[in-house]
Design a protein around this ligand. Structure first.
Ligand SMILES: [Fe+2]
Length: 279
């Protein structure tokens, strides 16, 4: 599928549901606080219609979202432009709806994989399709649609280091003992003098991590184009995911390209301007 045809991961209904859950506000409370009927809100959550601009601004005020950006989400007025990086290849991870990536250095001779998931034979065929050295298997978080092919890839590429945050590493079973566990801000050497930096971005899961290589940010399920991942942490919360984005991702240069675990690529500057979770 060409990159430009990837739809946004989250609809207005998804954004509304995540924000209501995060803020601990139910349909009745949201109706009471905004004067919008609970039936209308329930319909929108089922993808039946959407708020108009004034309604979206009223919802946003209660849910601590950005009013103008939420109105754009409801009216489907914004999607990111087509964005590609020459040294980053995206692949789908069937049967999962998630994105995996392979990125390259030194004319394509050195490579790293982000999120080994999906049907192993498909992934191995793709990984063997090139004359390069796979240095790293970088895992953004513990959910199966991001790491369920780890054992197969590790067996096929025994020299590749598995990299993950300690809080999510139990998801890869016995391989956890072999994994390279990084802490927030730590780097991995890559190629001659390049590095890959890990940013611990908890909230979606406790060990959720993003990886920064040059101007590409692999954000897993922390930051999507015009949305964020759901808050499914054991200890970390919705507030943590918002703080992770604000303090660790939105402080990166605006032209940093966001390569998310679901949906189309974006940039840090575009997300500052368009993501309804951030004012
Ligand atoms: Fe996830």
């Amino acid at each position: 599928m060409p990159i430009q045809s990837i739809p946004l991961e989250d609809t207005f209904a998804d954004v509304l549901r995540k924000a209501m859950r995060g803020a601990g506000v139910n349909e009745k409370q949201l109706s009471d606080a905004t004067g919008i009927s609970a039936a209308a809100i329930a319909d929108w959550l089922k993808e039946n219609g959407a708020a108009d601009d004034a309604q979206a601004r009223a919802l946003a005020a209660v849910l601590r979202l950005d009013g103008g950006k939420l109105a754009d989400s409801a009216a489907q007025r914004w999607t990111p432009p087509h964005i590609e990086l020459s040294d980053v290849r995206r692949h789908s991870q069937e049967p999962h709806p998630s994105n995996g990536y392979v990125f390259f250095l030194d004319g394509g001779r050195e490579a790293a994989l982000v999120d080994p998931a999906g049907i192993p034979q498909n992934l191995l065929r793709l990984l063997r399709d090139g004359d390069y050295h796979l240095h790293y298997i970088l895992i953004t978080h513990k959910h199966p649609d991001h790491c369920d092919a780890t054992a197969d890839v590790a067996a096929a590429f025994p020299a590749a280091k598995i990299v993950m945050h300690a809080l999510d590493v139990h998801a890869i079973g016995a391989l956890a003992a072999k994994a390279t566990l990084l802490r927030d801000g730590e780097t991995l050497p890559f190629g001659g003098d390049a590095t890959i930096r890990m940013l611990h971005t908890p909230g979606h899961t406790d060990g959720s991590s993003s990886y920064l290589f040059q101007n590409a940010l692999f954000s897993g399920d922390t930051l999507f184009a015009a949305s964020v991942g759901g808050a499914f942490g054991d200890a970390s919360t919705y507030e943590d995911i918002l703080n992770s984005v604000r303090s660790k991702l939105f402080t990166l240069p605006g032209d940093t390209v966001v390569m998310p675990g679901h949906g189309p690529p974006s940039t840090i500057e575009l997300e500052r301007q368009h993501n309804p979770f951030f004012t």
